[in-house]
Design a protein around this ligand. Structure first.
Ligand SMILES: [Ca+2]
Ligand SMILES: [Ca+2]
Length: 286
């Protein structure tokens, strides 16, 4: 029995943005119709006829014909035999060349302080499609982050939207400093020429943020003019100092974003060691 057994569309059941700009090919598969001619109709327009050979015929729909269709609409392609219009078959597809439109929930550009918690509000799609988010925000690292939202409709069209999240650091480190503690070494048994008096007070700073520490003490730190400190307790050794009282001396801690905080070191004094003469000395009244 002569029949059209199948009508297949090379773009599938949806003609979408990926297909747009391309011709479509309709393949008509037949039984006992070799030598007959077949044509198709789409949206009231008929194609020219094509001879069937080896139970098959291909008919091309040019791009312009698709462009005349209405997006979001279903269309049926009918294939009909010229010599016997009672022999026909059809296939239906949806023409959709409109991608979902995404709307970012909240501001499309957000600025937050480093270390703050960021909860993304996502985005919505006008067609109700599921929205997925790519990208992430590292709130512990200053920088500009882009979140990309995307949604794909049933036709396979994908729409996107983006949000920019700026992580900034406008806050100085917060820290405190302990009272300096002297670490003086003086050994009476050492020959006088070799005696060393090490006058290097140590102090501890506790900071909530890492940074570079400097001081207005002219001699600086034992390890140099500045040094790096990390979050938590840091034991700092000042450079060797002369005997005397030190007041109004400061530490300044600067973070990587150049925010700084200065604190005053509690006033301290470098005292000369008290010598106790234990032997070998005689006093003579004159
Ligand atoms: Ca769509
Ligand atoms: Ca900071």
């Amino acid at each position: 029995m002569a029949s059209i057994t199948d009508v297949s569309l090379n773009w599938g059941l949806y003609y979408n943005l990926d297909n747009s700009g391309s011709d479509g090919i309709v393949t008509i598969t037949t039984t006992n119709l070799d030598g007959s001619n077949v044509f198709i109709t789409l949206d009231g327009n008929s194609s020219g006829s094509v001879a069937i050979s080896n139970n098959s015929a291909n008919i091309t729909i040019d791009d312009a014909s698709f462009s005349a269709l209405s997006s979001g609409t279903s269309y049926t392609i009918n294939a009909t035999i010229v010599e016997d219009t009672d022999i026909s078959n059809s296939e239906t597809f949806t023409y959709d060349i409109i991608a979902p439109v995404l709307t970012v929930t909240g501001d499309a550009s957000i600025t937050i302080e480093k270390g703050a918690t960021y909860n993304d509000q996502g985005a919505t799609s006008d067609g109700g499609e599921t929205v997925t988010t790519s990208g992430s925000v590292d709130t512990n690292t200053v920088g500009t982050y882009t979140l990309t939202y995307s949604a794909t409709d049933a036709a396979g069209n994908t729409g996107t939207a983006t949000r920019t999240v700026n992580v900034v650091d406008t806050t100085a480190p917060d820290y405190d400093v302990t009272e300096p503690i002297g670490t003086f070494v003086f050994n009476i048994t050492t020959p006088i020429a070799n005696r060393i008096i090490d006058k290097r007070p140590t102090l501890v700073i506790n900071t909530d943020e890492a940074g570079t520490l400097r001081t207005n003490i002219a001699t600086g730190f034992n390890s140099g003019a500045s040094l790096s400190v990390t979050v938590g307790d840091n034991t700092i050794e000042l450079a060797e100092l002369q005997y005397g009282t030190y007041s109004g001396k400061t530490l300044t801690l600067t973070d990587s974003a150049n925010n700084s905080k200065t604190v005053t070191i509690p006033t301290f004094e470098i005292l000369e060691p008290e010598l106790t003469v234990t032997s070998g000395v005689r006093l003579k009244r004159i």
